[in-house]
Write a protein that binds this ligand. Structure first.
Ligand SMILES: NC(=O)c1ccc[n+]([C@@H]2O[C@H](COP(=O)([O-])OP(=O)(O)OC[C@H]3O[C@@H](n4cnc5c(N)ncnc54)[C@H](OP(=O)(O)O)[C@@H]3O)[C@@H](O)[C@H]2O)c1
Length: 329
């Protein structure tokens, strides 16, 4: 089969198409013919050798995909050859930047007929993470004012919709006027262009928009200085969920910025959760139902052929992406 493999860490050019032997489904496993694979920021960090959970090359990246079941291993029940499915797997498993991939049956979810393969391929990481953080960790309600950082990103555009669907008032932050306006169309009441509100001005704008009280919830995928600002953007009893550090820098935090207001800080990491027993399938079913009923719109920024994974990564890292980048065929 064709796959895209990293033989050494580096820039997008190290994503090289290669021929490798077809994988075979063992007991409890499913062989998926990949139709679409989500491209994630973690893939780019793995490629560069800076991801905290990454193994060493050679590596076939890709942790999420949708496709068709090509074979089922011994002992697998409830899944059949020919079914349309989506799959989510661990970071160092042979990945989905390939024509075929073997995945544990417990990481496979059957798709409803009215959800497309390209949109399904974007759900297991960005959408599931936004869902878990907002619904399970922060328990978003219609009483909440929710700040979503990097709201035009894969996680951000999902989070805006999930929070809006819960009835919350959403303040969407993004790094340009165009990105902020785009993210706002998914149900945010207010948008902030962070390029026009740098540093403390970002905090002041959120406080102004909440009559000085601060937000109830901040979803922070940016990290670094943005995380320090998140702590100052929530009010009494507020929740801050940190799930990434795109900034790739430490945060300098003054504890006086959050303990006096009884602020809760949550961390989230999907792979770690699954390694500790979390079964993502019920939450993925809920997301699929939302997409099938068109309560959620899956924004796909761009698609690239598998052989052009390098261009897909260059696009992802351009910081111009609106929604998700996907590899197809
Ligand atoms: N913990 C988990 O389990 C988990 C799960 C899913 C995703 N994640 C992580 O969440 C983060 C966001 O994922 P995503 O798919 O939404 O990413 P993405 O689509 O690549 O978007 C990242 C966004 O972050 C913003 N940003 C702020 N500072 C940046 C910087 N220094 N360099 C680059 N971008 C910067 C940019 O938006 P603006 O220009 O609008 O600021 C950019 O568009 C990633 O780090 C990803 O690995 C974690």
């Amino acid at each position: 089969m064709r796959a895209v493999r990293i033989d050494e860490f580096g820039g997008p050019e190290v994503l090289v198409p290669v021929e490798v032997p077809d994988p075979v489904a063992g007991p409890g496993e499913v062989l998926v013919r990949v139709a679409a694979a989500g491209v994630n920021r973690a893939d780019a960090l793995i490629r560069k050798g800076v991801y905290h959970r990454a193994g060493r090359p050679p590596l076939i990246p890709g942790v999420e995909a949708a496709g068709v079941v090509a074979a089922v291993g011994e002992g697998v029940t409830g899944l059949e050859v020919g079914q349309r499915v989506m799959a989510l797997d661990g970071v160092n498993a042979p990945g989905f930047y390939a024509e075929l991939a073997v995945v544990p049956a417990t990481r496979v979810t059957v798709l409803p007929h009215d959800v497309g393969l390209t949109e399904a391929a974007t759900l297991p990481v960005a959408w599931l993470s936004a869902w878990y953080c907002l619904r399970h960790l922060a328990r978003v309600t219609k009483e909440d004012t929710v700040v979503v950082k990097a709201a035009a990103s894969g996680v951000g555009s999902a989070a805006v919709q999930i929070a809006a669907e819960a009835g919350a008032r959403v303040i969407a932050l993004a790094g340009s006027a165009e990105k902020a306006a785009w993210a706002g169309e998914f149900g945010a009441q207010v948008t902030i262009d962070t390029s026009a509100h740098p540093d403390d001005a970002e905090v002041e704008e959120v406080l102004r928009l909440t009559d000085g009280r601060g937000a109830d919830l901040v979803l922070d995928t940016v990290g670094g200085g943005a995380f320090a600002r998140s702590l100052r953007q929530v009010g009494h009893g507020g929740r801050v969920v940190a799930l990434a550090n795109v900034a790739l820098e430490p945060s300098t935090v003054d504890t006086r910025d959050f303990y006096p207001r009884n602020v809760h800080i949550h961390g989230f990491q999907i792979t770690d959760l699954m390694e500790h027993g979390y079964d993502p399938r019920p939450d993925l079913q809920a997301l699929l139902a939302g997409v099938a009923q068109r309560r959620f719109v899956v924004p796909v920024d761009s698609t690239f052929p598998l052989s052009d994974a390098a261009a897909a990564h260059a696009r992802l890292e351009s910081r111009a992406v609106l929604g998700k980048v996907v590899l197809t065929g």
